[in-house]
Structure formats: structure tokens, C-alpha cells
Design a protein around this ligand. Structure first.
Ligand code: CU
Length: 355
């Protein structure tokens, strides 16, 4: 408080240096002199913004509340999930199986950039930048120790792009300074380590364009001995800024806003479930995963074989990720969703049907 008042005093007496004024204000307040003279001279005895606050006792809460948007949502109505999504988006839910480590194994993948119009939700089209035609791009799964070769085919794209993997590798394979020009093609090579779950994404400036337009996906690096068998799922969390306003209009799991609400995911009682969660939601500082009727063990970044904690919600900053493991003992329909109401109401909500 002293510092703030001191600054106001300094503004009123422009010839006095700010630090000198602060020191004299502090001395005056410390000596019991109350508000410093310079602050009083600048009108500083009044509330800082000069306006009177509403007296809470004068607020007619029932009337105010009854008229507040008539009880309707403040958000635009969600247009509804696609009825016939791209099968490649649906296939992302269940990743390819883990492979045990094998010395000298080389894994090769091709990501082809396609700048194209895709369907997002009912009546909603999006001119996205995609890896292999989908947002997110395909799930890439390898094992720790594999040599991984990723070819980025940019031959039909109108912009330069790259692919930058999180995880450990040489600087020359990092996808930041290794830009593939429009019409070009290039390969990134690294040895997969450590085991865990990672995002990959384009890393060309302007980043808001190249990432938010859809150039991202999930990389799973399995431990040399795969984790115990489970019903495995991948859920990449994202948003779509349909107005190009730095504000997302719909949110999704695997690029399908609202889809798993309309088409519940069947789970079996007593079966171990393992969800690889990756947050690639631009423009919102946090996304989250909340599970109903249960608790999950969580492994941050997937870089351990042992969970760090048991919870029913986990919050993820942008590019954060982890593994949630859980098992249902009781049947029923259970929501999983972002616990930010806006995100859940705009498409990031789904149902597990446990039987
Ligand atoms: Cu790009």
C-alpha cells in the first residue's frame, strides 16, 4: 500500500524523484502522520477509481437473479456432434498395441501436411492445417530405444511446416530450425526416449497459426517392457477458434466435439482402463479431465510406471499430458469431461457406458 500511495504522491510533485517521494511517504506513514501530503494533494484520500461501490444491502438479489439472462446459458448453443465423423478421428481413441523393446528396430512414419476443409461439428466446417488429413494428426506409438524416422511430406502445402516432437533428441532433429518449405519433404530421426506420452506439433512462426490451425498429435513412447494389459484410449484435448478471434468456440476429444456424449464409449466392469491424455488446447490456459463415479491413478507425463496420485480430476496446462488408469466396479453411465463448464458445454464432454 505504501508503494502505491507513494507513486501517486510522486506524480503530484513532478520535480521530486519517485524513490525520494516513496522514502518520505513511508517515513511519514511510519511516523503516524496518516496519508502522505502528496497523496492528499492529488485527491488520493478518495477511493482510487473515484466511484462509489454498490451497497450490497441495496441489491435486490431475487429480482436481479430472475432477470439474469432468464436463466439461460450465457454461451452460444452447441451446434451438436457430427453424426458421421471421419473414421480416422474415431480410430484415434484406441491406439495401436505396445511393442516390447527390440534392439536395432527402426520405425518409420510419414506425416503429410494437408491444408483442407474438414467437418468439426454439425454444420461447422473448418479450414484446418492437418497432418494426414485429420485434427489431431495420427497417434504415433513407439518403444523406448526404437530409432524413429518421421518424414514430413509438405509437397502439396502452401506454407512451410515442420514437426517438433517433445522428448529427448538432438537439436538438429528438433523441428524448429529444420523447416520444410512448401512443396518440400524432409526427415527427422531420433532414438525414442524416455518412455511417456508427448505431444508433437508444427513449430513454425507464427505459432498461433501453425499450432492452433491443427498441426499437432500424440506420441506414445512405451517402456521397454510394456505396461500391463488394459483397455487403452488416447484423448487429445483441443479447441477450435472458428472466428479466428483467439477464443475457442468448440472443444473436443480427438477433434470430435460432443461425439462421445452422443455415442458413449463402452467399458467393462472390472477391466483396467488406461487413458493417454494430451492437452493441445490453444488460447485457454487450462483444460482438465474429470471422471464421474470413480477415481483414477495418474502418472504425470507418463514417465513412470507408478502413479503419483489418486484423484477424479486433473488440470493440464497447454502441452501437458499424462496417463489416467481406472477400473469400474459398479455399472452405469458415467460422464467424463472438462470441469471448466464453458469447455464442457461447448463439446468437451463424453460418456462411459459401463456394463
Ligand atoms: Cu506449420
Amino acid at each position: 500500500v505504501i508503494g502505491l500511495l507513494g507513486l501517486q504522491g510522486a506524480a503530484a510533485a513532478a520535480t521530486i524523484k519517485v524513490m525520494d517521494q516513496r522514502a518520505s511517504d513511508a517515513a511519514q506513514v511510519a511516523a503516524g502522520g496518516g496519508t502522505p501530503a502528496g497523496v492528499l494533494a492529488a485527491g488520493g484520500a478518495n477511493p482510487v477509481d473515484g466511484s462509489a461501490d454498490t451497497d450490497p444491502l441495496q441489491v435486490n438479489q431475487p429480482v436481479l437473479a430472475a432477470n439474469f439472462n432468464k436463466g439461460a446459458s450465457l454461451y452460444a448453443p452447441f451446434p451438436g456432434a457430427l453424426t458421421n465423423p471421419n473414421p480416422a478421428n474415431l480410430a484415434m481413441l484406441h491406439p495401436p498395441p505396445a511393442l516390447p523393446a527390440q534392439a536395432g528396430r527402426v520405425r518409420e512414419f510419414t506425416l503429410t501436411v494437408q491444408e483442407k476443409v474438414i467437418d468439426i461439428a454439425k454444420g461447422v466446417k473448418w479450414f484446418g492445417w492437418t497432418y494426414n488429413g485429420t485434427i489431431p494428426g495420427p497417434v504415433i506409438r513407439v518403444t523406448q530405444g526404437d530409432t524413429v524416422r518421421i518424414t514430413l511430406d509438405n509437397s502439396t502445402a502452401k506454407h512451410p511446416h515442420s514437426v517438433h516432437f517433445h522428448s529427448i533428441h538432438a537439436g538438429l532433429q528438433d523441428g524448429v530450425f529444420q523447416i520444410i518449405p512448401a512443396g518440400g519433404k524432409g526427415t527427422y530421426t531420433f532414438q525414442a526416449e524416455p518412455f511417456g506420452v508427448f505431444p508433437y506439433h508444427c513449430h513454425i512462426a507464427p505459432f498461433d497459426q501453425h499450432v492452433a490451425r491443427g498441426l499437432y498429435g500424440t506420441l506414445i513412447i512405451d517402456p521397454p517392457t510394456p505396461r500391463p494389459p488394459a483397455n487403452e484410449m488416447v484423448m487429445l484435448l483441443n479447441g477450435f477458434d472458428l472466428q479466428f478471434s483467439q477464443n475457442n468456440d468448440v472443444y473436443s476429444v480427438n477433434g470430435l466435439p460432443g461425439y462421445y456424449q452422443d455415442h458413449p464409449i463402452p467399458l467393462k466392469i472390472g477391466q483396467l482402463n488406461r487413458v493417454y491424455i494430451v492437452n493441445m488446447t490453444e488460447f485457454d490456459p487450462l483444460n482438465s479431465f474429470h471422471l464421474h463415479g470413480n477415481m483414477f491413478n495418474y502418472i504425470p507425463a507418463g514417465t513412470s510406471l507408478k502413479p503419483s496420485f489418486l484423484n477424479d480430476v486433473v488440470h493440464l496446462g497447454i502441452a501437458d499430458r499424462g496417463i489416467a488408469e481406472f477400473l469400474y466396479r459398479l455399472p452405469g453411465q458415467f460422464l467424463f469431461h472438462a470441469h471448466q463448464t464453458e469447455l464442457s458445454m461447448k463439446g468437451w464432454s463424453g460418456i462411459f457406458n459401463v456394463a
